[in-house]
Design a protein around this ligand. Structure first.
Ligand code: MSP
Length: 547
């Protein structure tokens, strides 16, 4: 079985998850679910970055002991991820013992190679970013030099630190990038990384003298590891002993543009120094603002993803975030936009199609729900009610739709065209075109009118069989993002093949996805289904989304 490892960044638990954190988790979830459908053994890791000063600061502000604070936050973040139906397989907290052991092993290897040495650091440090800042990185505000992201004055630090010899890795990094042209996606971010590596690499500090909370250096326990050195190894901790950090596994990371240098420059150098494999791809996402402003507590515009999922639907929230912008662009979130997309594309687009088809099947009690999609018989135009004037167009529309589906579903093509290049927005858009075409077909074919005449009853049934096949397959190829919609559609198909395809749990065995897709004989429960409710209905019945 082919193996796939996908990860989110590990998040600082100095606050509760917001819509930006949900964004990177949804993207990773999309990949995990898709690869499971395609039969890969998938490991999907996420969770919290705990050995950090900004977290310590927060616990102190709340007058809490650090470990009970971290335990409570880990529990809270778990609840949120479960509520968002993030199908992770592994969680990591960097205070775990196995992580500590691994980081110490990596440090020792680099130390033994003379890649880690002692020096005195003197300069600015921004606790918000957990990063050193040069004068050039700062901006002026009210007569002071401050961090542009946090607008706070960085601490001035002078201490004995251990440094990692990043400057010695310029050639190896360039070779890695040349060998792997998709190492960083999108290309413009990769270009930024490459130009940074070109002659500007300076050694960075990997330890702290004054900090006491963190992983002690094995060769100097008076110092603890710098949070970024420690955190960047979390992906190895979670996967190496289980055979997922190796050349047989496709390894991809999803992360925000703010941390691309750490991941695409520092980390491969650290991995190479410790003789570990480098990942295959890093997908760098843009940032979301809210109603045009950076999210911040002081502006009071921090969006809680749980509330959005409760008010609308998990499918609506993921659809909004992934459909509105390509993953590498910055986006803007607004509740108004979420509500509009939910109404127009999910309720009226998809939901309406499913409801129209299932209602007609139920109304005519067709074959007790047993459907066999045969080659479409050639029905006679002269039998048609003259009112079904657009039936001629419907034949062309049907052929087009069929062709699109048959051609469209090809695993290699999908991986190459959409997944490897992170063209998720295009994927969603192209699937949505199928919804529109199917709605167009039903309008033109007019099965309701055909059913009224004995001469064309069989034709109407044939139209509905075809439409059910389309509904089934649309649900399947949308299952990695429209999870709730898929489950509801899956329920009406009382067929084993379809019920095996559950991307939230395990990988599809024996090509189940393909079998479910090709399935042309099925029994369905004859009842109209509503896959998405209007917000007012969700408000009345908050449990309807299945939580
Ligand atoms: N702990 C580090 C990451 C270590 S990974 C080895 C960290 N944590 S963070 O909580 O500050 O942010 C983590 C990630 O959350 C960002 O890289 C980004 O992917 C995501 N986002 C945080 N705010 C966001 C937005 N406003 N919009 C989109 N994504 C955002 O950095």
């Amino acid at each position: 079985m082919k193996k796939f490892l996908v990860t989110t960044p590990i998040y600082y638990p100095n606050g509760y998850p917001h819509i930006g954190h949900a964004y990177s988790s949804f993207i990773a979830d999309f990949y995990a679910r898709y690869k499971r459908l395609l039969g890969y053994a998938v490991k999907f890791s996420t969770w919290n970055d705990e050995n950090s000063q900004n977290v310590l600061k927060k616990a102190a502000e709340e007058s809490k002991e650090i470990m009970p604070y971290l335990d409570a936050m880990a529990q809270k973040w778990k609840e949120v991820r479960d509520h968002l139906q993030i199908s992770y397989t592994d969680f990591i907290r960097t205070t775990q013992n196995n992580h500590k052991k691994l980081v110490q092993e990596m440090l020792q290897k680099s130390f033994d190679k003379w890649d880690i040495y002692q020096w005195t650091y003197e300069g600015h440090y921004c606790v918000g970013c957990e990063a050193f800042k040069t004068e050039k990185d700062l901006i002026e505000k009210d007569g002071q030099m401050v961090c542009p992201d946090h607008l706070t004055k960085p601490d001035l630090i002078m201490e004995k630190n251990r440094f990692f010899k990043l400057s010695g890795y310029e050639t190896s990094l360039k070779e890695l990038y040349a060998r792997n042209p998709d190492f960083v996606v999108p290309e413009h971010r990769f270009n930024e990384v490459k130009s940074f590596v070109n002659g500007s690499l300076i050694d960075f500090s990997v330890s702290r003298e004054t900090n006491k909370f963190g992983i002690p250096l094995p060769f100097d326990p008076s110092q603890v590891t710098y949070v970024w050195y420690d955190a960047l190894f979390n992906y190895v901790t979670i996967s190496r002993n289980e055979g997922f950090w190796n050349n047989e596994t496709e390894i991809v990371h999803v992360l925000g543009k703010d941390i691309s240098r750490f991941h695409a420059i520092f980390r491969p150098a650290m991995l190479m120094s410790a003789d570990e494999k480098c990942p295959d791809r890093e997908y760098i996402t843009g940032y979301f603002t809210v109603d045009g402003h950076k999210m911040s507590k002081s502006l009071g515009n921090v969006v809680d993803p749980v509330q959005m999922v409760n008010d609308y639907d998990r499918d609506a929230v993921i659809f909004n975030l992934l459909y509105d912008v390509p993953i590498w662009a910055d986006g803007d979130f607004s509740v108004e936009r979420l509500a509009n997309l939910y109404d127009s594309m999910l309720i009226w687009g998809r939901g309406n199609l499913v409801n129209r088809v299932t209602s007609l099947c139920e109304k005519y009690k067709i074959n007790d729900g047993v459907f066999i999609l045969k080659k479409r018989e050639m029905f006679k135009w002269e039998d048609l009610d003259p009112e079904v004037s657009r039936a001629g167009d419907s034949r062309a529309s049907e052929n087009g739709l069929f062709k699109l589906f048959e051609e469209d579903f090809n695993a290699d093509y999908i991986e190459e065209k959409y997944l490897n290049k992170a063209h998720i927005r295009d994927y969603l858009e192209d699937r949505y075109k199928l919804v529109q075409k199917a709605n167009e077909f039903i309008t033109k074919a007019e099965p309701r009118k055909k059913y009224k005449r004995d001469a064309t009853k069989a034709w109407a049934i044939s139209d509905l069989q075809f439409l059910l096949y389309i509904v089934k397959n649309l649900a399947l190829i949308s299952a990695p993002f429209l999870v709730n919609g898929f489950k509801k559609i899956q329920n009406i198909f009382g067929n084993e093949e379809l019920s095996f395809v559950d991307s939230s749990v395990s990988s599809a065995d024996n090509d189940n996805f393909k079998k479910a897709f090709d399935m042309r004989e099925f029994k369905v429960e004859l009842k109209p289904i509503i896959i998405y409710q209007k917000k007012e209905e969700n408000d009345k019945n908050p449990d309807q989304s299945g939580w």
